[in-house]
Design a protein around this ligand. Structure first.
Ligand SMILES: [Zn+2]
Ligand SMILES: [Zn+2]
Length: 193
């Protein structure tokens, strides 16, 4: 199913006054990729405004400032056992977007280290859902675990060691057999590291 685009914020729309928004974004409406999905609607409220940066007498850059908060329930995979883990998010952000291309590489006016919260918009604006996607992904820890003590998957047979037991560890492995098993599991899941 194709979902409608959420909200396009353009410099023209903001020319006369800031825009306030209060949106419910249905699960699936933002594509987070295969490793994360929304369990419920994401709720966001905030305000967008245009700020004019005067860089010279005839050089005015129209920046979009976006201040918002959001609440979301998402599901990610445990980094050890790959079971889904629910995560509640309640975050806020204050971001500045410049037109893409104004901060050329090597430009003296390009971003200083204190301005890390700066992004770029293409053409004349940005999509709220794109900003939210990035913010949600950034807010998650690099590794989420189902429980701190998660035992993960058995490296020999691949069973979930939280819920299943296997004899792999108990049986001192004959090096020839473990080489064979390693080759076997490689064949079964060539994409696993
Ligand atoms: Zn786990
Ligand atoms: Zn095992």
């Amino acid at each position: 199913m194709e979902y409608p685009r959420v909200m396009y914020i353009s410099v023209d729309d903001l020319a006369h006054a800031p825009i306030s928004f209060d949106q419910q974004i249905a699960p699936g409406q933002i594509d987070f990729g295969i490793e994360l999905h929304a369990l419920q609607s994401l709720h966001t409220t905030g305000q967008a405004e245009v700020l004019h940066e005067h860089r010279g007498p005839k050089d005015v850059v129209a920046d979009i400032r976006l201040r918002a908060s959001y609440q979301a329930q998402v599901e990610v995979l445990c980094a050890r056992c790959l079971e889904p883990v629910g995560v509640s998010l309640d975050q806020s952000f204050d971001l500045l977007f410049r037109p893409i291309g104004v901060d050329a590489v090597g430009d003296e006016r390009s971003i200083s280290p204190s301005e890390t919260e700066i992004g770029y918009y293409e053409k004349d604006g940005l999509l709220l859902e794109d900003v939210l996607r990035e913010q949600v992904l950034l807010s998650l820890p690099a590794r989420t675990l189902c429980v701190e003590s998660c035992k993960g998957l058995c490296v020999h047979c691949g069973c979930n060691r939280n819920t299943e037991s296997c004899d792999c560890e108990a049986t001192p492995a004959d090096p020839r057999w473990s080489a064979l098993r390693a080759a076997e599991s490689q064949l079964r899941s060539p994409n696993k590291p």
